[in-house]
Write a protein that binds this ligand. Structure first.
Ligand code: ATP
Ligand code: MG
Length: 709
């Protein structure tokens, strides 16, 4: 039923050509499969990933000498117990390994070395999406960002609807995904949406990390069936999977079985049962094959059995049930051997089996296929302008629906402005008003901009989505930075106008529309500058807590040197005056605000009835402001700092992308040299699964009130 529906749905734009031009071909032994244009043959040989230990401890091998290949028109399952290295293998194949590990061996795409030519479509284990958008909106924006700009809106809508149906998302299509203040779609639906976003453009090579985790068996079947259909269009699909049902397992063409980083089996999925049977571990007729394979190689079972046996507080009844099961299964070879032994046996047998010879022969065959090219194309075909308008629109919608992004701050700004207005109400031009005006200006340009820190959690969420899309090659850095600025500008304007109009008219600063306009503009640009600074910090730190702390510290410093708490001429010349006060947006903004307010005003003198004090004189003598340039130059300086922050934000992201691979290469070289000096390295056995630490019986956990008493 599900299959029929899927066959009928409209699929992505690039399907036709490859499918027709001989994309996927039925598997015939010895014949190169899928020789169509853009086909991707991925081969990995003796792939080893190590976690170096520069101390005395052993170097951990996360993956140990894996060899395999993935081909167009086929879908491969990477299976293994938790912590066996499935995600690590996918990361290694996709060229996304984290910086602290080192890879050895070859990963060849169409015969060319490594996947460092650009981005690849990769559906990660966690869902990083904008919670304020609906399912349909998320897919639509993604489609507009990446599908060719020459396509009409109707065509794009058709593809979006097709993808929604393809991933079975019709029911939740108009529901919001959900965030901290909105309950949205379910985890499984989010998972399917993540896959929908990647299959939208029909990538030639698709990696998925546990796409079915959290899905019920029907949805899991549906998802894998869809991925199988995608592969049948001449695409190469590699997916890790956790304990699939027998129906789901049967959908995979190839199987790569891992345990503790070791290769237990690689070959056609349907031949795996034969391999296990040949090696003395036949799958019982009523057992799901994938369960059987994992039962054989998951050494965590040993630990669980030990924990159960060793637990003194386990109820007698439960223990008897366990013993009974053990007894009933005595004919099962699994109960005679520990799983660690079975695994070691299978790994050894596999290495000398026909399956390895077949895999090696196939790899050889692939390397002789001629005319295979790697298209260096990005996964996006939309023009820069189209991307800019789509991203700006998406970001604007996100900001409008996320309470914490701007609305909450706008409310607080209004409330605080009313407080400021009442505290400094009708400030006047008395002698005492001079300092009061200074304080009020200092508070507005200092604290009001400080509140930008409140948007940090939302910045971080948005940046996470940017990083995911960037890694998958959806758009460039410049387009993101510009769109973020454009979309936030209306909110900054509302925020600043609300603050300046309330404070201006309640406090009664220098009257006149031009003065009001200047004050508003000064505040808008200042807040935009602080926002840019926060975005820059957000791109540098790993989490929101660190961002808030660093951001608050930085703005605190800027406030201290802005010229209110310590007059600018009184700042220590070295460092604080030059250069800090010159690169401080707050110092320029405050100078502009003071000039805007006081130049042209007259204040009462210190002695009642004495001569009046001119605003210019007050500025230079009492507030330490130089009048050798106009307030507009001060505003221009803030704008320059704003641009500099945005450029710096761009440079930081670009630097991280460009320079980190260089550091990585250096790190790899150094590590390999270090490893060469340690002859013991080659002999080190693969690590046991450490993802889940050894299970301890509940009774052994002190202070834990065990439910099993
Ligand atoms: N960058 C890293 N630094 C340190 N250890 C790592 C790193 N990457 C992976 N590991 C370790 O390698 C092992 C395999 O991790 P991996 O995430 O690949 O397992 P997995 O098979 O995907 O597990 P799961 O099914 O739970 O997702 C784990 O013990 C993990 O802690
Ligand atoms: Mg994983």
């Amino acid at each position: 039923m599900a299959e029929e529906e899927i066959e009928e749905v409209h699929v992505g734009p690039c399907v036709g050509s490859d499918a027709v031009n001989g994309g996927a071909q039925p598997h015939e032994e010895g014949l190169p499969r899928g020789r169509g244009e853009g086909n991707m043959f991925l081969v990995w040989e003796d792939l080893t990933v190590v976690l170096p230990n520069f101390g005395n401890g052993p170097t951990r091998r996360l993956l140990n000498g894996l060899t395999g290949s993935a081909e167009p028109g086929r879908i491969m399952a990477i299976m293994g117990p938790s912590g066996s290295g499935k995600s690590t293998l996918l990361d290694a194949l996709a060229g996304r390994l984290s910086g602290n590990v080192v890879m050895m061996g070859n990963v060849l795409l169409n015969g060319k070395k490594r996947l460092d030519y650009g981005s690849v479509a990769y559906v990660t284990q966690e869902d990083i999406l904008l919670g304020t958008l609906t399912v349909r909106e998320t897919i639509t924006y993604s489609a507009h960002l990446r599908l060719p700009s020459s396509m009409t809106r109707k065509d794009i809508d058709g593809i979006v609807e097709g993808t929604i149906i393809e991933m079975g998302l019709q029911e939740c299509a108009d529901r919001l995904l959900g965030n901290w203040h909105l309950r949205g779609v379910s985890g499984g639906e989010k998972k399917r949406l993540g896959i929908a976003l990647e299959i939208l453009t029909r990538p030639h090579l698709l990696f998925l990390d546990e796409p079915t985790s959290g899905l019920d068996s029907a949805s899991a079947f549906f998802v894998i069936q869809t991925l199988r259909n995608v592969s049948r269009d001449g695409r190469t699909v590699i997916s890790s999977i956790h304990q699939p049902s027998s129906e789901v397992f049967s959908l995979f063409d190839d199987l790569f079985l891992l345990s503790g980083g070791e290769q237990v089996y690689f070959g056609e999925a349907k031949m795996a049962a034969k391999f296990f049977a040949e090696e003395g571990f036949p799958c019982p007729s009523r057992r799901n094959p994938s369960d059987h394979f994992l039962r054989c190689i998951n050494s965590d079972f040993d630990v669980v059995a030990e924990a159960l046996k060793g637990s003194h507080r386990i109820s007698v009844k439960m223990f008897l049930i366990y013993e009974l099961q053990e007894f009933q299964n005595t004919s099962d070879p699994l109960t005679n051997l520990a799983t660690a032994q079975i695994k070691a046996l299978l790994v050894k047998k596999y290495r000398s089996s026909d399956y390895v010879a077949k895999a090696r022969a196939r790899i050889q065959e692939i390397s002789t296929i001629e005319g295979l090219m790697i298209e260096k194309r990005h996964s996006s075909e939309a023009t820069w302008l189209k991307q800019l308008s789509t991203l700006t629109q998406r970001s604007f919608v996100n900001m409008s629906r996320d309470l914490g992004y701007y609305w909450l701050r706008i409310a607080i700004y209004v409330a605080l402005s009313i407080c400021v207005g009442t505290i400094f109400f009708n400030i006047g031009t008395s002698y005492n008003a001079i300092l009061a005006r200074g304080a009020c200006g200092g508070f507005i340009s200092g604290f009001m901009t400080f509140m930008s820190i409140g948007g940090f959690p939302s910045f971080i969420e948005e940046l996470k989505v940017f990083h995911r899309e960037r890694r998958n090659g959806h758009y460039g850095i410049a387009v993101y930075i510009l769109s973020n600025f454009l979309s936030s500008f209306p909110y900054l304007t509302v925020m600043s106008l609300a603050t300046s109009s309330i404070t201006y008219y309640m406090v009664k600063f220098r009257p006149g529309i031009s003065h009001f306009m200047y004050a508003s503009l000064d505040l808008i640009i200042s807040i935009a500058t602080v926002e840019s600074c926060m975005m820059m910090i957000a791109s540098l730190v790993p989490n929101f807590m660190m961002g808030v702390i660093i951001g608050a510290g930085y703005i605190g410093l800027m406030m201290m040197t802005a010229g209110y708490f310590r007059l600018l001429p009184d700042l220590p010349k070295i460092f604080w005056r030059y250069p800090v006060s010159y690169i401080n947006y707050g110092a320029w903004a405050l100078q502009g605000a003071y000039k805007n307010d006081m130049v042209g005003l007259e204040f009462d003198g210190f002695i009642p009835g004495g001569p009046k004090l001119k605003g210019d004189v007050v500025l230079t003598t009492m507030l330490g402001i130089r009048l050798d340039h106009s307030k507009w130059w001060d505003l221009a300086a803030v704008i320059m700092i704003l641009i500099a922050y945005r450029l710096l934000f761009f440079v930081i992201i670009k630097f991280k992308e460009r320079v980190s691979p260089l550091f990585r290469t250096l790190y790899v070289k150094r590590t390999l040299q270090h490893l060469k000096e340690r002859p013991s390295f080659r002999k080190t056995s693969a690590f046991p699964s450490k993802r889940h630490q050894a299970l301890h019986s509940l009774s052994s956990q002190e202070g834990l009130n065990s439910p099993i008493n």
